[in-house]
Design a protein around this ligand. Structure first.
Ligand SMILES: Nc1ncnc2c1ncn2[C@@H]1O[C@H](COP(=O)(O)OP(=O)(O)OP(=O)(O)O)[C@@H](O)[C@H]1O
Ligand SMILES: [Mg+2]
Length: 342
């Protein structure tokens, strides 16, 4: 496991970030009848709710939480695929949350994403050299004259043979396709790489190879990672910090070693207790809930988002949402059990 570097600069800072989506429903479902009158229900999906976090240069921050808790939405806001509803995203000193077009360009180069599905994320009609080469041209990493060499160079770094350059994605296995996705992302010489479950679609036998590659590249290319994952055994080995998300809120954020040794938040405790992967159904079963009882990001519970499932809940928990507070140096948790006045 990588040690956390306390001294290094903050590369990315997310401040009070919120992303809500309108619920897609037909007109009848949007109406409610109340005291003899029709009302329009304005329902939203509260995908990300006031998230604050930072990632230091060289760190690997793992983002964990069960399906639908907002991990991908947060990642997409950072990469610029979603406009935040409110809140700020700073890259270094620059606020990037609402940048578009030309102004966004330099940050598209510096922040790259590796997607979950290496089958749908690569254009089937393009050769590998074009898939990998296009962003290099776009961001001025290479010119037409030296593009081929630059493409072969990055292909070599991710373990793809140069003879593959003129092949198409369908001619590759899942693991090799993910290497192409990694080459495409890293060809731009990014600083921050966001992996949204980059290994979960791969055969287990291939997952370790890709993880090792990502760790080697982090070292050799001086990369900072935001790593979205369902797999806590992977998180334990590759990340230096862990952020735990529940219903769009960060409920705990701490060094990997600390959070695995002594999870603070009751949700983290449940998550880390027995279940190696966060499959929702296993999880619901483990929490002793029927599936219908699981709160949704459409109807957020009052107070602490986790209180309906929490074994330690107190009266205050359904009334007041606990803020994410630093409870020991470097460790943040959002739970009334941490005692101090909110
Ligand atoms: N474009 C969208 N429009 C409407 N709702 C959306 C959109 N994208 C995500 N959502 C909703 O926002 C919530 C969070 O979704 P998100 O994909 O961020 O979760 P996740 O943590 O990445 O889940 P998973 O582990 O399954 O990938 C979900 O309720 C989802 O249905
Ligand atoms: Mg997701």
């Amino acid at each position: 496991m990588m040690a956390r570097n306390n001294n290094s600069e903050v590369l990315l800072k997310v401040e009070n970030l919120t992303k809500h989506f309108p619920v897609q429903k037909n007109i009848f479902e949007q109406m409610s009848f109340n005291k003899g009158r029709f009302e329009l229900k304005s329902q939203v999906v509260h995908a990300v709710n006031g998230v604050t976090l930072e990632i230091k240069k060289g760190d690997t921050l793992a983002l964990v939480g069960e399906s639908g808790c907002g991990k991908s939405t947060l990642a997409k806001c950072i990469i610029g695929l979603h406009q935040p509803t409110s809140g700020k995203i700073f890259y270094g000193d620059q606020e990037i949350g609402n940048l578009t077009g030309r102004k966004r360009r330099p940050f598209q180069k510096r922040i790259q994403m590796i997607f979950q599905d290496p089958f749908s994320s690569l254009n089937p009609r393009k050769k590998v050299e074009d898939i990998v080469g296009r962003p290099m041209l776009l961001h001025g990493i290479a010119q037409k004259e030296n593009l081929k060499k630059a493409v072969l160079d990055i292909m070599d770094r991710v373990g793809l043979d140069s003879t593959y350059a003129s092949r198409y994605p369908h001619q590759f296995s899942g693991g090799q396709r993910q290497r192409i996705g990694i080459a495409r992302a890293l060809g731009c010489k990014p600083e921050l790489v966001i992996g949204d479950e980059p290994i979960s679609a791969l055969d287990v036998s291939i997952q370790a190879q890709i993880l090792n590659l990502l760790m080697d590249l982090q070292e050799s290319m001086d990369l900072t990672y935001l790593f979205v994952s369902h797999d806590l055994s992977v998180v334990k080995h590759i990340s230096s910090r862990v952020a735990v998300m529940y219903l769009g809120y960060i409920v705990e954020l701490a060094d990997t070693e600390d959070i695995f040794a002594k999870p603070n938040h009751p949700y983290t405790q449940l998550l880390f207790s027995a279940i190696p992967t966060l499959d929702t159904l296993d999880f619901v079963e483990a929490a002793g809930l029927a599936e219908g009882e699981v709160p949704t990001p459409i109807n957020l519970p009052s107070g602490c988002p986790f209180h309906p499932r929490c074994v330690h809940k107190m009266p205050i928990c359904s009334e007041k949402r606990p803020e994410l507070r630093e409870i020991t140096p470097g460790r943040f948790s959002a739970c009334h059990l941490n005692g101090k006045k909110q």
